[in-house]
Design a binder for this molecule. Structure first.
Ligand SMILES: *Cc1c(COP(=O)(O)O)cnc(C)c1O
Length: 461
């Protein structure tokens, strides 16, 4: 095509109204929610970039699949279509549906991980870390060090020397598996190269440790490999995805991301013995192995989604739409993790709010201001999510980064919605020096970011 504009490769088939709450209504909503954006109601939000998880629009073919799908308990047609789609994509022989990603994690770690074990990952996602720690094991993050502003093609890569060192330190018997998160969600939605996956595989082979992918965004990762890694320009996203999966022994997937569905997930692997234990646990906690906590028709929509997500026109638009937002805000001087991630941009609140220390939650502060000023809901990925509560009144142990993630739902918002978001971000950033931090009023012992409540320490705005 001679034209440079990359268009949304779909037309809008069904619409849902967006409410436009006033600033007074937004202030009241913040008070009610204890300044935790997870506590807002969807109709209090103008543009909802809290997550790209389960928030995308399904296609007409997926809805048609919902109608075609069935709801048998055991052995539904939809299960077999789903199983075939997952096997065709991943090559794994054992396919276990779950209601979402964390259910797959809970089952995998219950079966494979014991107290005192160590699980290396490039960067654990929050539920993944919590599920490892719930087993009494240690979750360690080994992403290659880089500055947030540094533009590198594969900032999700694992540090291979650090992987080796941590296996040696723990002792190989205490490392039941290595995980690689593609793309690296908590590390900025950054991709992992095929070369790095191969290197991790080689270390796992050397020590005899299984490798699992946390493959929620396998298609976005495949696209980045296609456009950034030498030797992949002429390969299809599906061929690249298959090669990625071929380097692993199994995967956990939240299908609410690149599965293009609103609910669903799966666990897949090659080891039959482990899969039997996993299925037994599935029956106890999720449901029979041919539905895993989902309806048959959900599996039908998921099978269709796994196909659609690998379409080149879709992936080109998807990755460009995120980059478009990143280009706009960074051109105005807003510090973000560079380059743009696949599903989100990550604003660097540490750089934007140097006067707010980590234990006063600069990223939470920024997320609150984006909502207060523009009704845009993002999420804190910083010390609230990943820091450790201070003991006996000491300040929290800070997270490595203080980020606000603006995640873009798939096939949901148009370019003018994104233009509006850029305008809000740039306007809020201009008032950064006037913002003051927050303290936590109440918190849960794990995954505190979902339910903690906050109060302002000293806000002059
Ligand atoms: C979303 C996500 C999960 C958890 O999946 P849920 O469906 O939310 O339970 C795990 N890992 C990564 C990388 C994710 O993005």
């Amino acid at each position: 095509m001679p034209y440079r504009t990359i268009i949304e490769p779909f037309r809008i088939h069904t619409v849902q109204a967006i409410d436009l709450p006033t600033i007074e209504e937004r202030e009241a909503a913040l008070e009610r929610a204890g300044f935790n954006l997870f506590g807002l109601h969807a109709d209090e939000v103008i543009i909802d970039l809290l997550t790209d998880s389960g928030t995308g629009a399904m296609s007409s073919e997926q809805w048609a699949g919902m109608m075609r799908g069935d709801e048998s308990y055991a052995g539904s047609r939809s299960f077999f279509r789903f199983e075939k789609a997952v096997k065709d994509l991943t090559g794994f022989t054992e396919v276990i549906p779950t209601h979402q990603g964390r259910a797959a994690e809970k089952i995998l770690f219950s079966v494979m991980v014991s107290e005192g074990d160590v699980v290396p990952n490039n960067t654990h996602f929050d539920t993944t870390r919590a599920n490892v720690e719930y087993q009494g094991a240690e979750a360690i993050d080994l992403v290659t060090a880089s500055e947030p502003s540094e533009v590198l093609p594969f900032k999700g890569n694992m540090d291979i020397a650090a992987l080796r060192a941590s296996i040696d330190q723990a002792g190989v018997d205490r490392v039941p598996l290595v995980m690689m998160t593609i793309t690296n969600n908590s590390g900025g939605g950054q991709p992992v190269s095929m070369e790095n996956l191969r290197a991790v595989r080689a270390v796992c082979d050397e020590y005899g440790i299984p490798l699992f992918l946390d493959a929620c965004r396998f298609a976005e990762n495949a696209w980045f490999i296609k456009i950034r890694e030498e030797g992949y320009a002429d390969r299809t996203p599906k061929e690249i995805a298959r090669e990625m999966f071929s380097l692993a022994d199994g995967c956990t997937v939240s299908a609410k991301k690149d599965g293009l569905v609103n609910i669903g997930g799966f666990l897949a692997m090659n080891d039959h013995e482990t899969s039997l234990q996993a299925r037994n646990l599935l029956i106890l906690t999720e449901g029979f192995p041919t539905y895993g906590g989902l309806a048959g028709y959900d599996l039908e929509a998921l099978a269709q989604g796994l196909e659609e997500v690998l379409d080149e026109n879709y992936l080109r638009y998807r990755i460009r739409s995120t980059e478009y937002l990143a280009d706009k805000v960074s051109a105005a001087g807003v510090p973000i993790v560079q380059p743009a991630g696949g599903h989100a941009i990550y604003i660097d609140a540490k750089a934007m709010l140097p006067h707010i220390p980590p234990h006063e939650y600069p990223a939470q502060t920024l997320a609150i201001e984006l909502y207060r000023n523009g009704g845009v809901r993002g999420v804190e990925i910083g010390t609230v999510m990943f820091g450790r509560p201070g003991v006996d009144g000491a300040p929290d142990e800070p997270a490595a980064m203080e980020l606000v993630r603006l995640a873009i739902p798939r096939r949901t918002y148009t370019q003018s919605h994104i233009d509006y978001v850029a305008e809000v971000v740039i306007d809020v950033a201009a008032g950064a020096s006037e913002m003051g931090g927050y303290r936590i009023v109440e918190q849960a012992p794990w995954l505190r970011h979902f339910t903690a409540t906050f109060e302002a320490i000293a806000r002059s705005k």
